[in-house]
Design a protein around this ligand. Sequence first.
Ligand code: KG4
Ligand code: ZN
Length: 352
Amino acid sequence: MRILGIETSCDETALAVFDSNLPASQAMIAELISSQTIMHSEYGGVVPELASREHLRNLPLLLNQVVKDAQLTEREIDVIAVTAGPGLKGCLLMGVSFAQGLGIALNKPVVPINHVEAHQFSAFIGQDLEIPLPFISVIVSGGHTEIVKVNAVGQYELLARTADDAVGEAFDKSANLLGLSYPGGAVLAKLADEFNKRLATSGELKKFKSAYVLPKVMREAQGLSFSGLKTAISLCVSRAKQSANFENEKAELAWVIQRSIVDALVFKLKQQIEMTGIKQVVLSGGVSANRLLQSEIRSIPQVTLWVPKAQHCTDNAAMIAYLASLKIQAGIQTEDDLTVRPRWWLESLKGK
Ligand code: KG4
Ligand code: ZN
């Protein structure tokens, strides 16, 4: 079965073709992503109207190219899977209406897919293995921060969700305070990792104590929250800006900030690992590319960690097509309600 995946929930227009008859390592036969990051960087964040317009322009062009790359014709596609939520309403509408139009033209079914649910399985794309169930899913992106117990495809128990900022936002806002380019999460992480390497090379890493100290957050409260840490980071950076040496201290600040964000998240994850007894952890979303986060999780005793390939950490259509194939394979009745759902909670989804 050949599944076309379509993703337009935020600022990436992405299309992919998955062929479930091929071995896992070859099944994702084509994937394309057109990122709008440069366009939005001028405004310091995603402008929904501009993003929607770009999706509208990109979708037919990418469709043309993705079927060419897959060496297929449109008629050889069996199912169309499209992100119906959560995300920006106008952006979702572009993808869903395009999918509906294509579905009518080709007389093929259109399957609505939950974007966050799709992230959860992105680490298994191309892997020739049984998905290790149950697992603890840690979804960390610019828009989502959730820890979920995945019992099976379609069967999820929410363990924790951020009450305010997403972890990617905490990275991006901190990067913005440091004057790093948008979206600064990865830039901040790189600066922090370089500083860490310098400390390690000079043998100072173990005993190094920064003059900048951030509080250990989320120790008492239930759930996740990054707003307190964000305020503390903002105060810390304001103080650092008063120093004539601020430019030279940015890397150290990035190091302190990255460690505090990762520490807070890993503290919560450890609690959930202890409470559930589940030692299989799957990371997904843009922040899953963060090396410190990966290494801190890997160092939790007995934990096995799965991380998506770099191109599947951020938003992509491969994960949309892949989840549709998992659902079809598991015999889960895929919905036919193509209403766009800007808010669409994982725990409301139904399994078999
Ligand atoms: O999943 P994603 O592409 O988009 C959303 O659905 O939000 O995630 C993007 C987020 C941004 O906040 C970006 O700064 C962050 O992921 N990010 C990182 C790293 N790479 C991307 N944050 C920390 N460390 C990284 N290496
Ligand atoms: Zn995403």
